[in-house]
Design a binder for this molecule. Structure first.
Ligand SMILES: Cc1ncc(COP(=O)(O)O)c(C=O)c1O
Length: 472
């Protein structure tokens, strides 16, 4: 079977069900899935095997179609099967497959760095590549620490981040991450992690309907933490523009203005973890453009290559990069694969498509429609809060809309793992049911999704949530 036949015929096997079963067995034996309970899979509960994608849809080994409602893992911004990108990758492989960025440079990394500097807000003009998001955050914390040290501020090593937030799983990034279930097995972690509350407006009792006042209060939690720890011990604050874990917490603009001012007041670096939010997820290139702030460092990955190759980056302001430009200084840090020429070529091709096809405008044009369609689900008693922006939305599920009583512990598992997730999957919608905070269903479709796609998503949500009300 040729590659073209696979594309046109779908599945390259005669007995699809058998192939799916075989794959699942072999996967169970040899493939260790990330963050997965391997013991939960057996002959009756097979590992789903996804074999191909086309546009906003993916297909499993049985030929069943799914809507890619989480864009892979917040990665597949342009959907599947963009030949321009695979051609760009092949051309770069033929020209030069790999050369490191350790003391050398190559054209695709230079061109991409230049492009990212042009797209980023403010004076964030210098790009340090990694291969993913955790490495970008790891790099940013280390950069912040070395930056302060070079300038004689030798006691600044601590890092502030928000409750429930996820920033990656390497030891440094895990330290910045605030999810106990991920942290506990690996403690002690890196010293110096300080936590502040998430910006969860739905569940706060402060400030009633005054979102901006709540934003200011939330920002001041960071100031209080800095003062409590001692300002000259804090290196950086890590915040996502919209916090993913916990379900799309969208802070008000007042929050970012105040956070920026606080960081400036105490000489603490503001790191915007844009690993999910960049490259159009919010309808802008970076979160700072959506919420009107300029961080000192942006970390990004995922959508940078639209999921076609692994790549991450740290985009650094001229001010923070400056002390490293002297002859006797270097940022003593790096990864072999950082800025892989093929990944950079892929990122350039993907960004070009986003520009040529006005993909960000598609998101901005449809974000209100998405919101309205999700709000229409509020007639179901299990639907609590709807929050998000762009193509990044969370639906929080509650036991009681009036009291906001949540599903917790085994109840939450019964709801999400026992019903909502399998039902979404059975109906062909891939999205995330998340119980890392209060139970939430998250949607982050490819940025090329149309209003029909949004209707399709919301239609399935309605069916599943209607069924789930029986569990109330
Ligand atoms: C906000 C955020 N930061 C960092 C990461 C880590 O990225 P990676 O899995 O590429 O290491 C993730 C991954 O989901 C993320 O959502």
């Amino acid at each position: 079977m040729t590659l073209d036949q696979i594309y046109t015929d779908g599945i390259a096997v005669e007995d699809e069900t058998q192939a799916s079963h075989d794959y699942s067995e072999r996967a169970r034996r040899h493939l260790w899935l990330q963050m997965s309970r391997m013991g939960a899979y057996d002959e009756t509960n097979e590992i789903p095997i996804m074999v191909r994608g086309e546009g906003t849809r993916v297909y499993d080994a049985n030929g069943k179609e799914y809507f890619d409602g989480l864009s892979g893992l917040f990665t597949n911004m342009l959907g599947h099967g963009r030949r321009e990108i695979s051609i760009a990758a092949a051309e770069q492989m033929n020209k030069m497959a790999f050369f490191p960025l350790w003391t050398y440079a190559h054209p695709t990394a230079i061109e991409l760095a230049e492009k990212l500097a042009a797209l980023a807000p403010g004076d964030l003009n210098r790009v340090f590549f990694t291969t993913g998001g955790a490495e970008a955050n790891e790099s940013a914390w280390k950069l912040a620490r070395q930056y302060h040290r070079i300038r004689g501020d030798t006691d600044r090593y601590k890092v502030i981040s928000r409750d429930i937030a996820y920033h990656g799983t390497t030891m440094g990034a895990l330290t910045i991450t605030s999810l106990d279930a991920y942290r506990k097995p690996f403690e002690p972690l890196v010293p110096g992690a300080v936590k502040v509350p998430s910006v969860n407006f739905y569940r706060t009792e402060k400030y009633g309907d005054d979102y901006d006042a709540f934003g200011l209060w939330s920002a001041r939690q960071i100031e209080e933490a800095i003062l409590r720890e001692g300002p000259d011990t804090v290196a950086a604050v890590f915040l996502e523009p919209v916090q993913n874990a916990g379900g799309c917490f969208t802070p008000p603009r007042s929050y970012w203005r105040e956070v920026r001012a606080i960081c400036d007041r105490y000489g603490v670096l503001l790191v915007s973890d844009d690993v999910i939010c960049a490259f159009g997820r919010l309808g802008t290139w970076f979160g700072g453009q959506k919420y009107d702030y300029v961080p000192d460092i942006i970390t990004c990955a995922k959508g940078l290559t639209a999921g076609y190759a692994p790549l991450g980056a740290m985009i650094v302001s001229d001010r923070i990069a400056e002390p490293f430009q002297h002859e006797d200084q270097s940022f003593v840090h790096g990864f072999t694969w950082s800025g892989h020429p093929v990944s950079c070529a892929v990122a350039l091709a993907s960004i070009k498509i986003m520009e040529d096809e006005r993909v960000l405008q598609n998101v901005l044009k449809n974000e209100l429609y998405f919101h309205e369609r999700l709000l229409s689900l509020k007639d179901l008693p299990i639907v609590g809060d709807i929050r998000g922006t762009g193509y990044f939305w969370g639906v929080e599920l509650v036991k009681n809309q009036t009291t906001k009583e949540t599903w917790s512990g085994l109840d939450a598992q019964r709801l999400l793992r026992g019903y909502v997730s399998p039902e979404m999957f059975r109906r062909g919608l891939i999205c995330r049911s998340d119980d890392r905070g209060d139970p939430v269903v998250q949607l982050a479709p490819p940025l090329i999704s149309t209003r029909n796609d949004i209707d399709h998503i919301v239609g399935i949500l309605r069916e599943v949530f209607t069924g789930a009300t029986k569990l109330l």
